[in-house]
Design a protein around this ligand. Sequence first.
Ligand SMILES: Nc1ncnc2c1ncn2[C@@H]1O[C@H](COP(=O)(O)OP(=O)(O)OP(=O)(O)O)[C@@H](O)[C@H]1O
Ligand SMILES: [Mg+2]
Length: 477
Amino acid sequence: MKILLAFFVVVGISFLVAATNLTGLVSNYLTAQRTREDTQAAESLAGIFGSLMQTADSAALNNRLQESAEGLDGRLLLLDTDGKVQFDSFNAFCGQRLAVPEVVRVLALGEISAYGMYRPGRDTVARMSGEAEAEYVAYGAHELLGPRGRIGALLYISRVQGMMDSLRSVQLQLITTFIVIAVAALILALFLSRVLTTPIVNLSKSMRKMGKGDLSVRVPEKGSGELRQLAENYNTMAAQLENMDQSRNQFVSNASHELKTPLATMKIMLETMIYQPDMPAEVRQEFMADMNHEIDRLTGIITDLLTLTRMDNKSDAMKVEEIDLSALTVETVRLLTPVARKRGQHLESSIAPDLYLQGDRSKLNQVLYNLIDNAMKYTQDGGEIRVSLQAEADQMVWQVKDNGVGIPAEDQEHIFDRFYRVDKARSRETGGTGLGLSIVRQLVGMHGGQITVESQPGQGSCFIVRLPRQEGGGQAS
Ligand SMILES: Nc1ncnc2c1ncn2[C@@H]1O[C@H](COP(=O)(O)OP(=O)(O)OP(=O)(O)O)[C@@H](O)[C@H]1O
Ligand SMILES: [Mg+2]
């Protein structure tokens, strides 16, 4: 509205200035032209009648005066030096003294000629020029010269109403144009402001809604240019927020569910023990062992959850140091070999020596541990697991390969999500919560690396971790 108002004031003022100047110019031009014409007419008539007054008789003079007046469409009067009317083309004022200013200027003040336009009121105009309903009249006076000097004055009463009418019509036209332009500008400005402000109004409405917690709102992506970009960016942001909100909710509900299951199991076992005080000692022992196992599971889940939240909050700082990745790999494999052996699995490794890397020892350790742990968990007894470490250009590449159950293609993109398990029932048996790989991916990401998986169901899986030699992709020196 403010812009609109400013627009109007500017347009209005400029037009008014232009219009006033234009009417002023036109009116000056017309008046000057008329003054010149009338003054010339009065001068030449004064010459003619000055000499006629010496020679012709009054009847002839009167006729001539009337003819000339009709020719000019005006009124002609001849006055003596006292200002008394001698001849009048209207034959009305004869013998009267006329106090017209121009006559006074010529006869009393001695000017040769004088001219003026007046608006003395309709009655006076009608009386002086004989023109009904007119408002303007002009007087042109010129001295009459005889052989011995001034003998009086000629007064030419000219009808200027026509000129004034055309001037007024010019003014009227300008006013009409102004109104038309103003209305058009108003409509245009309203339209423009609507076009400009609608997207912004939409945006601010949906922002308000979003502020109240409705993350599903989107704005229409119409038009082009900056406003469209704004709408697109806003929608992207809204979608991301919604996504984050959903995954957070899901995370919370998944976490509570995961924690509830072991608790419920333990409660059942505890209640059984309470209400059957005379249960056999071996059964009681078995229950207690199960409960101990569940408590381990709970502790494991909670540790994983804490790890994830710490990484989310970026509060888990990296303790970067020079690490002998070859030694770290050898050590982890050595630690897990007895576990594999227990299940009759072969844990083999091919580790290139002396590969160093800038990184966080315990985090990298956890990456490899989780991957080998998975490989063992999801491979049948007697299966084979191969761990390798190689250097490739400026990357270190870990591969953990097994010939276990494999992962269906449609699950491969989800296994890095929190709580995602391919086979829920089986994973519960093996104790998995679905947090291991999401922790791995986050840890690898913290080292500027990437993790990918290649797998065929029934044939096995291969997890590949690529780590840049320098922490942060070669930024550190
Ligand atoms: N080597 C593998 N072979 C087959 N499936 C695998 C393998 N590694 C992971 N998966 C599948 O991916 C899922 C997610 O793995 P992830 O390590 O995140 O969770 P988990 O092993 O079930 O539980 P956690 O590691 O938290 O104890 C697993 O449940 C399993 O279905
Ligand atoms: Mg796991």
